[in-house]
Design a protein around this ligand. Structure first.
Ligand SMILES: Cc1cc2nc3c(=O)[nH]c(=O)nc-3n(C[C@H](O)[C@H](O)[C@H](O)COP(=O)(O)O)c2cc1C
Length: 228
């Protein structure tokens, strides 16, 4: 698809276009980005405790999500916050989804599924909006935008000193979750975003893939000279 974003095409945006805040290239901006991005790690909700983000911090985090690249400016994703008083409903969905899948699940397994809804101080269900829109950007592009929005949230939370982790599982594809969240037929729950204070860090860091393992050069040339 080769079209300009509506804001560019029609000279308007959903909000007034302003210059992005300047990033100080005279300082060690790259070093900062490397430190922030390189030190982010998925933190299991089991290790996320109070306090979670304040209302102000949550607003800042969601504003970072809004900075995701978004072909067609559709905001093809949204987040549903599950507050403490509603977690029991999500817990029920997790438990019933397990029973749907495995009617012989033990009480312990059902309780463990339920418990997953009660962990992180902030839990949001990330929803992809894939229905017909104008311009009708492909679903894959919308998912790319959603991934970027989620990464912005994760990095923002990490920069604020919180831990954050994603969880998914069979419940995401269940009708029960879509019904609980009141989703339209063309909306899909993708994962839960969990944010809170890290109670205990997992030792060690993930070994990241080397760029040479995921980059090649068109025409069969050696990318190796430029990419390690
Ligand atoms: C869409 C999505 C869903 C995920 N769901 C789970 C999950 O259900 N359980 C889990 O332990 N990690 C989940 N993760 C986190 C990955 O396991 C984690 O990102 C991966 O292990 C790499 O670790 P890192 O994020 O610390 O680099 C999910 C990640 C993504 C992108």
């Amino acid at each position: 698809m080769d079209h300009a974003d509506p804001g560019e095409r029609e000279g308007r945006g959903r909000s007034q276009h302003t210059s992005p805040p300047a990033i100080g290239h005279e300082g060690d901006a790259v070093g900062f980005a490397q430190a922030l991005i390189g030190s982010r790690q998925n933190v299991s909700p089991k290790r996320l405790v109070e306090p979670g983000p304040t209302a102000e911090q949550l607003h800042e985090l969601l504003s970072l999500a809004a900075a995701a690249p978004d072909h067609g400016l559709l905001t093809p994703w949204r987040f549903i916050i599950v507050p403490a008083g509603q977690r029991h409903r999500l817990a029920e969905v997790f438990a019933l989804t397990l029973i749907d899948r495995d009617p012989s699940a033990t009480l312990e397994q059902i309780e463990s599924a339920r418990e997953k809804a009660h962990r992180a101080p902030l839990l949001m269900v990330a929803i992809a909006c894939l229905g017909p829109r104008e311009p009708d950007t492909p679903a894959l592009e919308r998912m790319v935008s959603m991934g970027a929005a989620i990464q912005n949230l994760l990095l923002g939370a990490h920069a604020m000193g919180f831990g954050a982790g994603l969880t998914s599982g069979q419940a995401m594809a269940s009708k029960r979750l879509s019904e609980l969240c009141g989703l339209a037929a063309d909306e899909v729950p993708v994962c839960c975003v969990n944010i809170g204070t890290v109670s205990k860090r997992k030792p060690g860091t993930r070994v990241r893939p080397l760029p040479s393992s995921f980059v090649s050069e068109l025409g069969g040339g050696q990318a190796a000279g430029r990419v390690q």
